[in-house]
Design a protein around this ligand. Structure first.
Ligand SMILES: Nc1ncnc2c1ncn2[C@@H]1O[C@H](COP(=O)(O)OP(=O)(O)O)[C@@H](O)[C@H]1O
Ligand SMILES: [Mg+2]
Length: 283
């Protein structure tokens, strides 16, 4: 990303969220990184993955983005889009309420309540995920007949004060679709094939990418609509197909593209993103 923006003739200043300092003064607000006053000096901000953090940090970071956004700096993605997408519950509810197909899901705080409602999922296997997770880390699949294991896992989640987020297991055969959306077009798409016997199709979990030359119109429409519903301009949409039916698993608001770039040889993805951002940057 840095290389692409520099190649396009612009300056880049990478920084971490914890490099930022907010000043609330008598005459206004400033957000600075060293001597750089972002509200005065930045013409656009690109947000890369937040990583793991405390709730305090997450809220502060989103607040910083809102403040910068309110001051008129174009931010990619917009804070409200990031906020919706990183929260898997909020994202899935919003998608479903706009008619996007998503897996049957139960979200609740109490392990006993979750346990009592398992049948709702109508699935032989259950997927449990951290509500604020990524790269397949921390999710687990459990057979519904293993009641004692399920009981223990649900109570462990409750014990650590986490919210229970569980879904029907969609039989995708170890293969999913990642569509990369920029603006209102599909930039590129790929299949991700999990290693034999594995069910998580994240590249970080060892899945192998394979380019999709042309996404089916139905999937294209679902990916573009999902991106728009959540307010993203840059997004990685994870979809699976079971039988003939597509489902959206999640929309990534800070997607990586290393795996995708490795199978897309005729396009510089970073440069496409750079051009899009430069076009929309504060002049
Ligand atoms: N309900 C589900 N049924 C089957 N596989 C799933 C389900 N949810 C997630 N997966 C698998 O796990 C991967 C990671 O899940 P996802 O919801 O995309 O979270 P993240 O990528 O943020 O960890 C998916 O790409 C998919 O391969
Ligand atoms: Mg994913």
């Amino acid at each position: 990303m840095i290389r692409a923006i520099e190649d396009a003739g612009h300056k880049v200043m990478p920084f971490q969220f914890n490099d930022l300092i907010a000043f609330i003064d008598y005459d206004g607000v400033k957000i600075k990184v060293g001597d750089v006053d972002l509200m005065r000096d930045a013409s656009a901000i690109i947000v890369r993955p937040f990583g793991r953090m405390s709730l305090d940090q997450a809220i502060f970071r989103i607040d910083l983005l809102y403040t910068l956004n309110d001051s008129g700096i174009p931010i990619f993605n917009k804070p409200y889009a990031i906020e919706r997408c990183v929260d898997k519950f909020r994202a899935l509810c919003t998608l479903k309420m706009h008619g996007i197909p998503v897996p049957k899901t139960i979200v609740t705080e109490k392990p006993n309540t979750a346990f009592k409602n398992l049948e709702f999922l109508k699935s032989k296997k259950i997927v449990l995920k951290p509500m604020f997770g990524s790269k397949g880390h921390g999710s687990t699949r459990i057979n519904i007949n293993e009641r004692d294991v399920l009981w223990e896992v649900l109570h462990t989640i409750g014990f650590t004060k986490h919210t229970i987020y569980m879904q029907e297991y969609l039989k995708h055969g170890g293969r999913d679709i990642r569509a990369f959306v920029l603006g209102n077009r599909i930039l590129a798409a790929m299949h991700r094939k999990a290693p034999k016997g594995m069910w998580k199709t994240n590249i970080a979990q060892g899945a192998i990418p394979k380019r999709i030359e042309k996404l089916e119109p139905e999937l294209e429409e679902i990916a573009l609509k999902s991106t728009e519903i959540l307010g993203c301009e840059i997004a990685g949409i994870d979809m699976v197909i079971v039988g003939e039916s597509p489902y959206v698993l999640e929309v990534n608001s800070q997607p990586g593209w290393k795996g995708l770039q490795s199978v897309v040889t005729d396009m510089d993805i970073a440069m496409e993103i750079a051009k899009y951002i430069i076009e929309k940057a504060k002049k």
